[in-house]
Design a protein around this ligand. Structure first.
Ligand SMILES: [Zn+2]
Length: 63
């Protein structure tokens, strides 16, 4: 599953620096440098993707 930055429309790559906002939306740090909204997390895309498993799952798991 590919995830695209909603601002520049570019697919995220492993070493892109990204931010995760309070709505669980990912975008590039460089695309948001002038937007001081609350940020939930930030770092390399590959790290964020690992930390937040929902990015790599396209279907909810059964409980
Ligand atoms: Zn971007």
């Amino acid at each position: 599953m590919s995830i695209f930055c909603p601002i520049c429309k570019t697919e995220f790559k492993g070493e892109d620096r990204v931010i995760l906002d309070e709505f669980n939306t990912l975008s590039h740090i460089q695309c948001n440098k002038e937007v001081p909204f609350p940020v939930k997390d930030y770092g390399l895309f590959e790290e964020i993707e690992e930390t937040y498993e929902f990015f790599s799952k396209d279907e909810a798991k059964d409980e």
